[in-house]
Design a protein around this ligand. Sequence first.
Ligand SMILES: C[S@@+](CC[C@H](N)C(=O)[O-])C[C@H]1O[C@@H](n2cnc3c(N)ncnc32)[C@H](O)[C@@H]1O
Length: 201
Amino acid sequence: MRILDLGAGTGAWSAAFTDWYGAEVVAIEPSAAMRARCSYPRMLAGEAAAIPLATDCLDGAWLSTMIHHVADLPAAAAELRRVLRPGAPALIRSAFPGRHEKITLFRFFPEAVTVLDTYPGLEEVNDIFAATGFHKVALEPVPQITADSLATVVEQMQRDAHTPLKLISDADYESGMVRLRAAAVRESAPVIDELDLLVLR
Ligand SMILES: C[S@@+](CC[C@H](N)C(=O)[O-])C[C@H]1O[C@@H](n2cnc3c(N)ncnc32)[C@H](O)[C@@H]1O
Protein backbone atom coordinates (compact mmCIF):
# COMPACT_ATOMS: atom_id res chain seq x y z
CA MET A 1 0.00 0.00 0.00
CA ARG A 2 1.69 3.20 -1.21
CA ILE A 3 -0.03 6.46 -0.35
CA LEU A 4 0.66 10.06 -1.30
CA ASP A 5 0.20 12.73 1.37
CA LEU A 6 -0.10 15.80 -0.86
CA GLY A 7 0.51 19.18 0.78
CA ALA A 8 1.73 17.24 3.79
CA GLY A 9 2.74 20.25 5.91
CA THR A 10 4.98 18.96 8.69
CA GLY A 11 4.11 15.35 7.90
CA ALA A 12 1.78 14.57 10.84
CA TRP A 13 -0.64 12.54 8.69
CA SER A 14 2.20 10.73 6.92
CA ALA A 15 3.61 9.61 10.26
CA ALA A 16 0.13 8.61 11.50
CA PHE A 17 -0.70 6.53 8.41
CA THR A 18 2.67 4.80 8.70
CA ASP A 19 2.03 4.01 12.39
CA TRP A 20 -1.67 3.12 12.07
CA TYR A 21 -1.63 1.09 8.87
CA GLY A 22 2.00 0.27 8.11
CA ALA A 23 1.48 2.03 4.79
CA GLU A 24 4.35 3.35 2.71
CA VAL A 25 3.62 7.07 2.61
CA VAL A 26 5.26 9.58 0.31
CA ALA A 27 4.84 13.13 1.56
CA ILE A 28 5.00 16.05 -0.87
CA GLU A 29 5.16 19.61 0.34
CA PRO A 30 6.04 22.82 -1.57
CA SER A 31 6.97 24.97 1.43
CA ALA A 32 10.63 24.78 2.45
CA ALA A 33 9.69 26.12 5.89
CA MET A 34 7.21 23.26 6.42
CA ARG A 35 9.68 20.70 5.14
CA ALA A 36 12.29 22.05 7.53
CA ARG A 37 9.93 21.43 10.46
CA CYS A 38 9.06 17.92 9.31
CA SER A 39 10.46 14.88 11.10
CA TYR A 40 8.81 12.41 8.70
CA PRO A 41 11.68 10.99 6.59
CA ARG A 42 10.04 10.41 3.17
CA MET A 43 9.26 14.03 2.32
CA LEU A 44 9.80 15.45 -1.16
CA ALA A 45 9.63 19.01 -2.47
CA GLY A 46 6.84 19.39 -5.00
CA GLU A 47 3.35 20.64 -5.54
CA ALA A 48 -0.04 19.41 -6.69
CA ALA A 49 0.15 20.61 -10.28
CA ALA A 50 3.51 18.88 -10.86
CA ILE A 51 3.73 15.79 -8.67
CA PRO A 52 7.29 14.44 -8.79
CA LEU A 53 6.26 10.77 -8.98
CA ALA A 54 5.93 8.14 -11.71
CA THR A 55 2.68 7.36 -13.51
CA ASP A 56 0.40 4.71 -11.93
CA CYS A 57 2.55 4.29 -8.83
CA LEU A 58 0.10 4.96 -5.95
CA ASP A 59 -2.75 3.13 -4.20
CA GLY A 60 -4.27 6.28 -2.73
CA ALA A 61 -3.81 10.00 -2.22
CA TRP A 62 -4.59 12.00 0.92
CA LEU A 63 -5.22 15.74 0.59
CA SER A 64 -5.87 17.22 4.01
CA THR A 65 -6.92 20.88 4.36
CA MET A 66 -4.88 21.88 1.35
CA ILE A 67 -7.11 22.12 -1.75
CA HIS A 68 -7.95 25.78 -1.04
CA HIS A 69 -4.22 26.54 -1.50
CA VAL A 70 -3.97 24.95 -4.94
CA ALA A 71 -3.98 27.63 -7.63
CA ASP A 72 -4.55 25.24 -10.56
CA LEU A 73 -6.99 22.60 -9.34
CA PRO A 74 -7.64 21.12 -12.83
CA ALA A 75 -3.88 20.55 -13.24
CA ALA A 76 -3.75 18.98 -9.76
CA ALA A 77 -6.66 16.64 -10.61
CA ALA A 78 -4.91 15.60 -13.84
CA GLU A 79 -1.69 14.94 -11.95
CA LEU A 80 -3.53 12.84 -9.35
CA ARG A 81 -5.19 10.85 -12.15
CA ARG A 82 -1.74 10.24 -13.63
CA VAL A 83 0.05 9.09 -10.45
CA LEU A 84 -2.83 7.01 -9.01
CA ARG A 85 -3.30 3.46 -10.21
CA PRO A 86 -6.66 2.91 -11.98
CA GLY A 87 -9.41 2.76 -9.35
CA ALA A 88 -7.22 4.11 -6.53
CA PRO A 89 -8.95 6.78 -4.43
CA ALA A 90 -8.19 10.42 -3.80
CA LEU A 91 -9.35 11.34 -0.29
CA ILE A 92 -9.95 15.05 0.18
CA ARG A 93 -10.33 16.29 3.76
CA SER A 94 -11.53 19.87 3.82
CA ALA A 95 -13.91 22.48 5.05
CA PHE A 96 -16.23 23.33 2.16
CA PRO A 97 -18.27 26.51 1.64
CA GLY A 98 -21.73 26.29 3.19
CA ARG A 99 -20.71 23.41 5.48
CA HIS A 100 -19.16 25.27 8.42
CA GLU A 101 -21.87 24.70 11.06
CA LYS A 102 -19.95 22.00 12.90
CA ILE A 103 -16.56 23.69 12.89
CA THR A 104 -15.99 25.48 16.19
CA LEU A 105 -13.83 28.34 14.91
CA PHE A 106 -16.68 29.64 12.74
CA ARG A 107 -18.91 29.85 15.83
CA PHE A 108 -16.55 32.38 17.41
CA PHE A 109 -15.25 34.04 14.24
CA PRO A 110 -18.35 34.35 12.02
CA GLU A 111 -16.53 36.78 9.68
CA ALA A 112 -14.29 33.87 8.70
CA VAL A 113 -17.27 32.25 6.95
CA THR A 114 -16.82 34.76 4.12
CA VAL A 115 -13.26 33.48 3.70
CA LEU A 116 -14.51 29.89 3.61
CA ASP A 117 -16.95 30.97 0.89
CA THR A 118 -13.93 31.63 -1.36
CA TYR A 119 -12.68 28.01 -1.01
CA PRO A 120 -13.40 25.57 -3.86
CA GLY A 121 -16.96 24.32 -3.46
CA LEU A 122 -18.00 20.68 -3.39
CA GLU A 123 -19.68 20.87 -6.79
CA GLU A 124 -16.69 22.68 -8.31
CA VAL A 125 -14.25 20.06 -6.95
CA ASN A 126 -16.48 17.21 -8.14
CA ASP A 127 -16.72 18.75 -11.62
CA ILE A 128 -12.99 19.40 -11.91
CA PHE A 129 -12.10 15.86 -10.85
CA ALA A 130 -14.86 14.38 -13.03
CA ALA A 131 -13.23 16.04 -16.05
CA THR A 132 -10.16 13.84 -15.48
CA GLY A 133 -12.18 10.66 -14.91
CA PHE A 134 -12.75 10.61 -11.15
CA HIS A 135 -16.20 9.90 -9.72
CA LYS A 136 -17.51 10.76 -6.28
CA VAL A 137 -17.71 7.65 -4.10
CA ALA A 138 -18.55 9.22 -0.74
CA LEU A 139 -18.93 12.46 1.15
CA GLU A 140 -18.85 12.09 4.88
CA PRO A 141 -18.50 14.58 7.73
CA VAL A 142 -15.91 13.07 10.06
CA PRO A 143 -16.10 14.06 13.75
CA GLN A 144 -12.76 14.68 15.42
CA ILE A 145 -11.80 15.71 18.93
CA THR A 146 -9.97 18.93 18.20
CA ALA A 147 -9.14 19.76 21.82
CA ASP A 148 -10.05 18.56 25.31
CA SER A 149 -11.75 21.90 26.03
CA LEU A 150 -12.23 25.44 24.73
CA ALA A 151 -9.64 26.54 27.32
CA THR A 152 -7.08 24.43 25.44
CA VAL A 153 -8.17 26.01 22.14
CA VAL A 154 -7.52 29.46 23.68
CA GLU A 155 -4.18 28.36 25.07
CA GLN A 156 -3.00 26.80 21.80
CA MET A 157 -4.52 29.30 19.38
CA GLN A 158 -2.18 30.19 16.51
CA ARG A 159 -3.93 32.59 14.19
CA ASP A 160 -1.42 31.95 11.41
CA ALA A 161 -2.29 28.24 11.33
CA HIS A 162 -5.85 28.96 10.16
CA THR A 163 -6.24 30.56 6.73
CA PRO A 164 -9.79 31.87 7.50
CA LEU A 165 -8.50 33.62 10.65
CA LYS A 166 -5.49 35.11 8.86
CA LEU A 167 -7.78 36.76 6.34
CA ILE A 168 -10.28 38.47 8.68
CA SER A 169 -9.52 41.92 10.14
CA ASP A 170 -7.53 42.26 13.37
CA ALA A 171 -10.60 43.79 15.04
CA ASP A 172 -12.79 40.83 14.04
CA TYR A 173 -10.11 38.44 15.25
CA GLU A 174 -9.86 40.20 18.64
CA SER A 175 -13.68 40.21 19.04
CA GLY A 176 -13.74 36.49 18.29
CA MET A 177 -11.03 35.84 20.88
CA VAL A 178 -13.10 37.73 23.48
CA ARG A 179 -16.10 35.46 22.69
CA LEU A 180 -13.92 32.37 22.73
CA ARG A 181 -12.30 33.23 26.11
CA ALA A 182 -15.73 33.93 27.65
CA ALA A 183 -17.12 30.60 26.40
CA ALA A 184 -14.01 28.79 27.65
CA VAL A 185 -14.89 29.90 31.20
CA ARG A 186 -18.45 28.52 30.87
CA GLU A 187 -17.92 25.35 28.80
CA SER A 188 -15.58 22.51 29.71
CA ALA A 189 -16.64 19.80 27.23
CA PRO A 190 -14.24 18.43 24.61
CA VAL A 191 -14.25 20.38 21.35
CA ILE A 192 -15.55 18.25 18.50
CA ASP A 193 -15.37 19.47 14.92
CA GLU A 194 -16.55 17.91 11.67
CA LEU A 195 -14.61 18.39 8.47
CA ASP A 196 -15.77 16.69 5.29
CA LEU A 197 -14.08 13.70 3.73
CA LEU A 198 -14.71 13.57 -0.01
CA VAL A 199 -13.68 10.30 -1.65
CA LEU A 200 -13.17 10.17 -5.42
CA ARG A 201 -12.10 7.26 -7.59
C1 LIG B 1 -3.21 23.80 6.24
S1 LIG B 1 -1.76 23.00 5.68
C2 LIG B 1 -2.23 21.29 5.83
C3 LIG B 1 -1.06 20.41 6.10
C4 LIG B 1 -1.42 18.94 6.26
N1 LIG B 1 -1.99 18.39 5.05
C5 LIG B 1 -2.36 18.72 7.42
O1 LIG B 1 -3.53 18.41 7.22
O2 LIG B 1 -1.91 18.88 8.57
C6 LIG B 1 -1.81 23.23 3.91
C7 LIG B 1 -0.53 22.75 3.22
O3 LIG B 1 -0.72 22.78 1.80
C8 LIG B 1 0.52 23.17 1.22
N2 LIG B 1 0.30 23.65 -0.14
C9 LIG B 1 0.04 24.91 -0.56
N3 LIG B 1 -0.07 24.97 -1.89
C10 LIG B 1 0.12 23.71 -2.35
C11 LIG B 1 0.14 23.12 -3.65
N4 LIG B 1 -0.07 23.85 -4.75
N5 LIG B 1 0.40 21.80 -3.74
C12 LIG B 1 0.61 21.06 -2.64
N6 LIG B 1 0.60 21.57 -1.38
C13 LIG B 1 0.34 22.87 -1.24
C14 LIG B 1 1.01 24.23 2.17
O4 LIG B 1 2.39 24.51 1.99
C15 LIG B 1 0.66 23.63 3.51
O5 LIG B 1 1.70 22.84 4.03
